[in-house]
Design a protein around this ligand. Structure first.
Ligand SMILES: [Zn+2]
Ligand SMILES: [Zn+2]
Length: 301
C-alpha cells in the first residue's frame, strides 16, 4: 500500500444567475474555510468559477455540497492530482463578470453561446478532410507556448480586446465552421457568444477546453504545453513521445518554453529565456533590465 499526500485539484465553472452573489461569495468563503479547501473561487451574478484543491476526501465533500444546490446540480468538475499545498490560501471573491469582457450588449452564454463540440468530435474533424477553422480564444502568451495544430491565434493581451480583434482579424471566417477553444471552456462560453452576435453562422466551442481534450487525446493534435494560472505556470498535455517545443528563447532563439519573470521588479514581464541566456542576461528581458538587481523596490508615485 502506498500512502499519498497528493491533493485532488478541482476545476469548475457554471454560468447560472446567482441572486445576491456578493453575499453568496461571503457565505461560500466561510464554507471553504470550514472544510479546509484552498484555492481561488470567483463568484459573479452570472455564475461561479473555481480552481481549488485539498485532500481527496475534503474535495469529495465539497462536490457533494455543490451538487446539492439546485443551481449547481449539474456542475461539471474536472479533477486532477497535484502536490499537497498546490494552493496556500483560499480566496472567494465577488466580481462583476466571471471573465471580464465588458461587452456592450447582454451576453448569456446559455442562450448565446456556440454549440458544444466534444473532444472525440474534434479529433474526428482533424482526422477527416472536412474544412474547419479552429480559433484560440486565450491570450497571446498562452498560445505562444502551446496550441492546437493549425489554430488561429490572436495578439490578445486581455480578453476584453476580443470583440475588436474579431472585427479586425476573424470576420473572414464568418461563414466557415468555426471551433473555439480555451483552457477549460469558460472563456469560450463568452467568446463563442461574441462570434454569434457578430453574425458567425456555424460556431462550436470545445466542451471542457484543452484540459479535457488533453486527458482523452494526449496525441499530436496539441502542440507544446498548456499555460495554467497557478504556481505551475505550464503543464504538459501530450504523452512524452508526442511532445515538442513551439516557443523560442527571447534572446538566442533556441527552442525553449519555460517562462520566468524579468529580474527587474519594475518590469516583471513574463519572458521565455533558456538556461544559458538566463546567466548571460541575468534573468533580464533587455540590457536595461539585466542591470537592475532583483527585487529592486518599485518606484512609487
Ligand atoms: Zn537563449
Ligand atoms: Zn524587463
Amino acid at each position: 500500500m502506498t500512502e499519498t499526500n497528493d491533493w485532488q485539484i478541482l476545476l469548475y465553472y457554471k454560468y447560472a444567475y446567482i441572486e445576491n452573489a456578493a453575499q453568496f461569495a461571503y457565505n461560500h468563503l466561510k464554507l471553504c474555510k470550514k472544510l479546509g479547501i484552498k484555492g481561488r473561487i470567483l463568484v459573479a451574478d452570472e455564475g461561479i468559477n473555481g480552481t481549488i484543491g485539498g485532500p481527496k476526501e475534503i474535495t469529495e465533500i465539497y462536490m457533494q455540497l455543490m451538487h446539492a444546490d439546485p443551481l449547481f446540480e449539474d456542475m461539471e468538475f474536472k479533477t486532477s492530482t497535484g502536490p499537497a499545498d498546490t494552493f496556500k490560501k483560499i480566496f472567494v471573491r465577488y466580481r462583476k463578470e466571471l471573465v471580464t469582457l465588458e461587452y456592450p450588449e447582454m451576453i448569456d452564454p446559455n442562450v448565446h453561446g456556440g454549440k458544444y463540440i466534444e473532444p472525440t468530435q474534434l479529433k474526428d474533424l482533424y482526422d477527416s478532410n472536412e474544412d474547419f477553422v479552429i480559433i484560440d480564444m486565450r491570450n497571446d502568451y498562452e498560445a505562444q507556448i502551446g496550441k492546437f495544430k493549425n489554430a488561429v491565434t490572436l495578439p490578445m493581451q486581455n480578453f476584453k480586446e476580443l470583440p475588436e480583434l474579431v472585427d479586425e482579424q476573424l470576420m473572414k471566417f464568418k461563414d466557415k465552421k468555426v471551433i473555439t477553444y480555451c483552457t477549460g471552456g469558460i472563456r469560450c462560453e463568452k467568446a463563442s457568444s461574441v462570434l454569434k452576435k457578430k453574425g458567425f453562422a456555424n460556431v462550436y466551442q470545445l466542451h471542457g477546453g484543452v484540459h479535457v481534450f488533453g486527458q482523452e487525446y494526449p496525441d499530436n493534435y496539441w502542440e507544446g504545453k498548456l499555460y495554467v494560472f497557478d504556481e505551475r505556470v505550464t503543464i504538459p498535455i501530450n504523452t512524452p513521445e508526442n511532445r515538442k517545443i513551439i516557443a523560442k528563447c527571447l534572446h538566442c532563439g533556441i527552442a525553449w518554453d519555460d517562462y520566468i519573470n524579468c529580474i527587474n521588479a519594475e518590469c516583471n514581464k513574463q519572458i521565455i529565456v533558456c538556461p544559458d541566456c538566463r546567466i548571460k542576461w541575468n534573468d533580464g528581458c533587455s540590457d536595461d533590465c539585466s542591470k537592475k538587481p532583483r527585487n529592486a523596490a518599485p518606484v512609487s508615485a
